[in-house]
Design a protein around this ligand. Structure first.
Ligand code: BEZ
Length: 160
């Protein structure tokens, strides 16, 4: 079943990169007691994610924080090393927390997986953004097509 506004995010564990190396972070660690903008991309370095979706969140991170957001997080069905390389290359490091959902456990639990096996990409996440308060989904902006529209940083920032 697809997650909806008012639902609590399920328990899941992501991988994040720390100075000591890969470090697990649970949904409780990321969302507990915090107001979080979460956005999901089908893949690090893929054209629309790299050129359009992520850059908007990098540019608007300061605006979101000034509107009361504690954390801006990006989840993707990629391994933590790829996400870390993406964070470094794009200048997102320190602004956005990257959550590697390598086996799509979280993404499947919230019903937002997207099967790109036929294109050689395996199971990925649909593109969306959410505002999450203390683990509860307050808004969900899910893309239906291939563009970045509803889930963009500008749209979510305008809702804060
Ligand atoms: C993208 O352009 O972001 C994209 C391309 C192919 C698959 C998934 C995402």
């Amino acid at each position: 079943m697809t997650i909806k506004v008012g639902d609590k995010l399920p328990d899941a564990t992501f991988n994040t990169m720390s100075p000591e190396g890969p470090k697990p972070m649970t949904t409780a660690d990321v969302f507990g007691g915090k107001k979080v903008v979460l956005f999901a991309v089908p893949g690090a370095f893929t054209p629309t994610c790299h050129n359009t979706h992520l850059p908007g969140f990098i540019q608007m991170a300061g605006d979101m924080k000034s509107k009361g957001i504690d954390t801006i997080a990006c989840v993707s069905v990629n391994d933590v090393f790829v996400l870390n390389a993406w964070a470094k290359q794009t200048g997102a490091e320190g602004k956005i927390v990257f959550l590697a959902d390598g086996s799509a456990d979280f993404t499947k639990k919230i019903g937002l997986e997207f099967d790109l096996t036929a294109r050689g990409l395996g199971v990925r996440s649909r593109r969306y953004s959410m505002v999450v308060e203390n683990g509860v989904v307050k808004s969900l902006n899910l893309e239906e097509g291939a563009t970045v529209d509803k889930s963009s940083a500008a749209t979510v920032c305008g809702m804060l």
